[in-house]
Design a protein around this ligand. Structure first.
Ligand code: ATP
Ligand code: MG
Length: 555
């Protein structure tokens, strides 16, 4: 079903909640965000977080952060802590903080209840055998030879599974539903398995663990969740979800609703794959600025507000699609436009000597901190005989329509004077190492000079006061936008996803600290990298360049 009604303020899940409240089916809305602590959160999770937290907030309900920690082999407290930090940073506060592992005893008891009702049995088949006898979409499955064990035998075996008498995989507990069900999820799904592993929360207390499909509905019911929101892949599991809630005789009756997961071009969006990038050393940790993780986006320079606005605008639908990554860029530009100080930085410096400017003289020019937001005030920038400009802003033999600096041409230096190029100095190999210009004192910025016009304005940094800085420029980590295929994404790593340039910034920038954000004139928005910036070495991460070829879809 395609949902065309969703827009910024409304979505189909919200409509369901409104109906439930109006009809009196629900008193108080309770939602939850249930991550498995097996990795760091990514932008896809942000969509789910925004949805769950904002629905609870809007309807004056409650929202839980619940760690779905039923697989001790993959989970870790490092991830628990990182997830809490990221949810808080996004601007959300949970009402209850829970762990699925808090409910293991209850889940065990509910499984015993199923056994007593003849609705669960211990199976000795291997996981391969279980898969082979499950049938297909067109053929029914086959009953296990252990399916008709007596209640007493099942109770005894299940208790012994718990006591650790059997090895991994030797036995499982299965729900006894219907091996011929057209819904394969209902063909006696496994609900408990043996795993002799230390759990980050419960230690060695358990060696049997509930499966997600059994655990999740019980967790939701224990917490009286009213609207259990998950992604579309779980649609076929909904009948099992309802079966578990009913047959385990839970007091509350939560309902599951599915929405389309977020996919973004040139982006892998799965903790498992992102972990591979970290483990293989492709990136500098989970918070590498190229990662689509919340921590990576934060370090890159995205603000929580820009991510929230993005999630709000993409809406909540039932049709899977892929969002252009440039769409996210739009929201950070919008957010930083009036907030970020504007400044000048030269990424690839070329020395310019202004031959008619007095040696040893420095003058301080006034410049607005943000020309679109005068309230931010003024800054002062030095000007003298030697400055740096961008290598790209000079060409010895320019094509037509090149309006920047070339021999004989005049340009404006932003916030300063017109300069004209007179001489090009080269090394013995013919490389340009410095250019000589003259300036016109009449043309000072703000002086009202109208004598003549120039076609180009370029940025610059005065050489003797310049502060060295590293600029890290990013391109997508994953090449091309083809359908994600499991095996090949590691082969599609973009070798040029990070390019570092050593340049200069204005002297008023020398005391910047991690996460400070700036707009560098003509380049784009940059964030001070909190991990690699040291007192004598500033590292800027490119958040997003100035211009976008992307046209916003019509609302
Ligand atoms: P991953 O494969 O990245 O680990 P997951 O769905 O297994 O994703 P969970 O930790 O189980 O990760 O997810 C927590 C919640 O976030 C779930 O409710 C899930 O539906 C939601 N979620 C995960 N990925 C996305 C996505 N790309 N778009 C929207 N919601 C998502
Ligand atoms: Mg998962």
């Amino acid at each position: 079903m395609v949902d065309n009604t969703s827009n910024n303020t409304s979505n189909f899940i919200r409509n369901i909640i409104v109906d439930d409240l109006e009809a009196g089916r629900v008193d108080k809305v309770i939602t939850r965000f249930p991550p498995e602590p097996n990795g760091y959160l990514h932008i896809g999770h942000a969509k789910s977080i925004c949805l769950n937290f904002e629905l609870a907030r809007e309807f004056k309900g409650l929202v839980n952060l619940r760690f779905d920690d039923t697989n001790p082999l993959k989970e870790d407290t490092e991830y628990v802590e990182a997830i809490k930090e990221d949810v808080k940073w996004l601007g959300y506060d949970w009402d209850g903080l829970f762990f699925a592992s808090d409910y293991f005893e209850e889940m065990y008891n509910r499984a015993v209840l199923l056994i007593n009702k003849g609705k669960a049995y211990v199976d000795d088949l291997t996981s391969d055998q279980i898969r082979e006898t499950r049938g297909t979409l067109t053929e029914p499955g086959k009953n296990s030879p252990f399916r008709d064990r007596s209640v007493e035998e099942n109770l005894d075996l299940f208790e012994r599974m718990r006591k650790g008498e059997f090895g991994n995989g030797e036995k499982v507990l299965r729900a006894k539903i219907d091996m011929a069900s057209p819904n394969i999820n209902l063909r006696d799904p496994i609900i408990f398995r043996i795993a002799h592993a230390t759990h980050h929360n419960t230690g060695d207390q358990w060696c049997i663990y509930p499966m997600y499909a059994f655990a999740h509905p019980i967790e939701d019911a224990i917490e009286s969740i009213t609207h259990s929101i998950c992604t579309l892949e779980f649609e076929d599991q909904r009948p099992l979800y309802d079966w578990v809630v009913q047959e385990t005789e839970m007091e509350a009756t939560p309902h599951q609703y599915e929405f389309a997961r977020l996919n973004i071009t040139n982006t892998v969006m799965s903790k498992r794959k992102l972990k591979l990038l970290v483990d293989e050393g492709v990136v500098d940790g989970w918070d590498d600025p190229r990662m689509p993780t919340i921590s990576g986006l934060r370090r890159r320079g995205f603000t929580a507000e820009s991510i929230r606005n993005f999630c709000r605008e993409i809406g909540v639908t039932k049709s899977n699609g892929t969002i252009d990554s440039k769409y996210l860029d739009h929201f950070i530009r919008e957010d930083l436009k009036l907030k970020a100080p504007r400044t000048m930085g030269v990424l690839k410096p070329l020395k310019v000597v202004i031959t008619n400017y007095p040696e040893g003289q420095v003058e301080w020019l006034d410049a607005e901190i943000n020309s679109e937001n005068p309230e931010m005030g003024m800054r002062q920038i030095p000007f003298s005989r030697e400055i740096y400009i961008e290598q790209d802003d000079f060409m010895e033999n320019p094509p037509s329509k090149y309006f920047r600096l070339f021999p004989g041409n005049e340009v404006r230096l932003k916030h300063a004077y017109f300069i004209k190029c007179n001489e090009v100095v080269k090394d013995e190999n013919g490389n340009v190492i410095e250019i000589h210009c003259t300036y016109d004192p009449e043309t000072k910025s703000g002086s009202g000079f109208t004598g003549r016009k120039v076609k180009g304005t370029i940025h610059w940094v005065e050489a003797t006061h310049a502060v060295p800085a590293e600029f890290r420029l990013y391109e997508p980590l994953i090449l091309d936008e083809e359908e994600e295929s499991d095996s090949s994404f590691l082969e599609r790593i973009n070798p040029d996803s990070l390019i570092a340039e050593q340049g200069f910034v204005e002297p008023n920038m020398k005391d910047v600290t991690g996460q400070d954000k700036f707009q560098f004139f003509r380049h784009g928005y940059f964030n001070v990298d909190p991990k690699h910036t040291k007192e004598d070495h500033i590292v800027f991460n490119l958040v997003v360049s100035m211009k976008s070829s992307f046209v916003l879809p019509k609302a």
